[in-house]
Design a protein around this ligand. Structure first.
Ligand SMILES: Cc1cc2nc3c(=O)[nH]c(=O)nc-3n(C[C@H](O)[C@H](O)[C@H](O)COP(=O)(O)O)c2cc1C
Length: 339
């Protein structure tokens, strides 16, 4: 697929221009590593509060949310907040950390629509305050540059249909040294509903010189191609379609797909037994970090997502949502496998 190719962000050349979108509760370290193996050229941690890091400089509480592994390189660490000084300190703490400093870049969240975040003036609230967005970006760029790391940002198209100012915000970000931008083609008001507006993504791409990732409603290699054709973006970022379906990334690479036994006939879906193996690998990775009880509980929605496109899986998904131990999970999945 000729539109899948290496992409350069600042001085870093990424293997390809396909990214896994940050998703709180989904894109944990284990899952990101799996997606990376399947072909994603870039992954991003879920959003973490810059102020939370400042108040927790030893990262006792925060670490599990931004934990990265050097093997999953390149990964971006995403921060959210509203105060430039919080970002300055948080970026310094992250980039002074022996493991976190192996991240490829810092990403600033300017798109989160959740009321709790927006009320603090953070996430997508920054879309209505381009001056503040610029100040935050500027200080992040300055601090991260001391450590030789680029800074990227993830924005929405605007706040609501009356304030679609993605182009303005993107230009401000470029002017202060942001190295690449991801545009989720929705306003804050749209949250995750309706169709993503790819026209605005195309306009932003035309107006800035830095790489732009298009995001919103890319669900397959075919829809990614449409996004590239319609918008001219440099890369695409995939979110919800990858929940429970890391094989989606392998579908972009014929050789990888073939090795995994995936093809258009089976809709690029693996055999049940391969799915179970991967779910248990994901779960075991979380158990080793969080302990069995927390890992199983937190993995429930993800396990349900892994089974979402299978026929007759409703009963098993319900059972998984109540499972408490690895043995229980393995038993339920074993039964699903032979069902
Ligand atoms: C459950 C969930 C959690 C998300 N968490 C984050 C996050 O932590 N940071 C972020 O920038 N975007 C987050 N997003 C937004 C996605 O990164 C992405 O922009 C959005 O889902 C649109 O892309 P898609 O249509 O491919 O899903 C989240 C989305 C979902 C569904």
């Amino acid at each position: 697929m000729t539109y899948i190719k290496p992409i350069k962000i600042a001085d870093i050349v990424l293997e390809n221009n396909l990214a896994l979108a940050p998703m709180a509760g989904t894109t944990d370290l284990v899952y990101r590593s799996i997606c990376r193996e399947m072909g994603a050229g870039l992954t991003v941690t879920e959003l973490v509060s810059a102020r939370g890091i400042v108040y927790d400089p030893d990262l006792r509480k925060t670490y599990r949310y931004i934990e990265i592994s050097p093997e999953e390189y390149p990964v971006a660490i995403q921060l959210f907040g509203s105060e430039p000084e919080d970002f300055n300190k948080a970026v310094r703490i992250v980039l002074n950390h022996p493991i976190l400093s192996s991240c490829a870049m810092i990403d600033i969240n300017m798109g989160c629509p959740v009321a709790k975040v927006v009320k603090q003036g953070a996430g997508s609230a920054l879309m209505i305050d381009p001056t503040r967005a610029g100040k935050i970006a500027e200080i992040c760029v300055k601090t991260a540059s001391e450590f030789g790391k680029p800074v990227t940002a993830k924005i929405r198209t605007g706040w609501d249909e009356h304030r679609v100012n993605g182009v303005e915000v993107a230009k401000v970000l470029e002017s202060v040294g942001i190295a690449a931008i991801t545009v989720h083609g929705r306003t804050r008001k749209q949250m995750y509903s309706g169709q993503a507006d790819w026209e605005i993504i195309a306009r932003i791409k035309q107006e800035v010189g830095i790489p732009v990732y298009g995001n919103g409603d890319v669900t397959s290699p075919e829809s990614a191609k449409k996004m590239f054709d319609m918008t001219g973006v440099d890369g695409v970022m995939i979110g919800r379609a990858a929940q429970g379906n890391p094989w989606l990334f392998a579908g972009f690479f014929p050789e990888k797909a073939e090795n995994l036994g995936l093809n258009a006939d089976n809709n690029y879906m693996p055999a049940k037994v391969d799915k179970v193996r991967l779910i248990l690998r994901h779960l075991d990775g979380l158990i080793s970090r969080l302990g069995e009880s927390t890992a199983v509980r937190e993995m429930r929605p993800q396990m349900s997502a892994y089974l979402k496109n299978s026929r007759d899986a409703a009963r098993f998904r319900q059972l998984l949502m109540r499972a408490d131990s690895r043995v229980e999970v393995a038993t339920i999945l074993g039964e699903w496998c032979i069902d």
